[in-house]
Design a protein around this ligand. Structure first.
Ligand code: ADE
Length: 257
């Protein structure tokens, strides 16, 4: 898969895409990340990419022309058609489902705004989809683009070492992930749940699903209402609730109220 990033901070974007799973995916040639700086396509002697906003008010807006030529060069750099995503707080909220759909495309491009954003006319003509990574405002689209690159890059076939880990991710089945434990078995902070040491794969799978259901019920009940539960899952969640009611409170209870 190829991801083109249009950004005034191409070095930052390249560095983000060079580390961890995504960096490895690039080394394995599963993913190619290219950057395009609109400033390189500005024509005046100040290499301007922004101007003040018509109608007044503070803040600058990214102009059409440098972006239009940047996007034309970007589109022409490879044969595949590009699905162009603009990152902004006004976009549709990014979900794992959307990430999975983007990861199946051969080529996407990420347009990162700065200042107050991008001239609306350019967005209307060029952009296929506007995405937000959450209900908060960043000072530019770069961190959001880095989030998309990571989430999409790790889903490329062969990017993750353990083929199963993407399937076990939070959200991949509409539930949050279960708790995980590393060495040692016993510690002053507590012991690893016994079932995980039993070697009984069916019992472990049942425990993990119960924890996933329980966590989702506690932390993201909205996900449970969207997903719905079959009868066995409902019974497992009831079991979790009974156990939860009789356990000692933890710090997380304070944090979440
Ligand atoms: N740019 C600024 N804030 C953003 C957000 N929350 N999501 C995506 N892009 C953004």
């Amino acid at each position: 898969m190829r991801i083109d990033v249009v950004s005034l901070f191409p070095d930052f974007m390249r560095q983000c895409a060079a580390v961890g799973v995504v960096g490895r995916a690039q080394q394995r040639e599963l993913l190619q990340v290219e950057t395009w700086n609109p400033r390189d396509y500005a024509t005046d002697r100040h290499r301007s990419v922004d101007s003040s906003s018509y109608g007044g008010g503070p803040g600058m807006v990214m102009m059409i022309e440098p972006l239009r030529t940047t996007l034309a060069a970007m589109r022409a750099a490879a044969a595949e058609p590009v699905h162009l995503v603009y990152l902004s707080p006004q976009g549709t909220r990014l979900t794992q489902g959307r990430v999975e759909a983007l990861a199946r495309l051969p080529r996407i491009a990420l347009l990162c705004g700065r200042y107050e954003g991008v001239d609306e006319r350019l967005l209307a003509h060029e952009v296929d989809e506007e995405l937000s990574i959450g209900d908060y405002v960043l000072s530019g689209g770069e961190l959001a683009a880095a989030v998309v690159i990571d989430a999409v890059g790790r889903l490329q076939d062969g990017a993750l070492n353990d083929a199963q880990s993407a399937e076990q991710d939070s959200f991949s089945d509409g539930l949050l992930d279960c708790p995980h434990y590393a060495k040692p078995v016993h510690d002053a902070l507590g012991s690893v749940p016994e079932v995980l040491l039993s070697g009984d794969h069916a019992a472990i799978a049942r425990w993990r699903l119960k924890q996933s259901l329980g966590r989702t019920w506690l932390r993201r009940p909205d996900l449970l209402s969207q997903r719905g539960l079959d009868a066995p899952s409902r019974a497992l969640l009831d079991e979790f609730r009974r156990e939860h009611a009789s356990r000692r409170p933890t710090r997380q209870d304070d944090a979440t109220g």
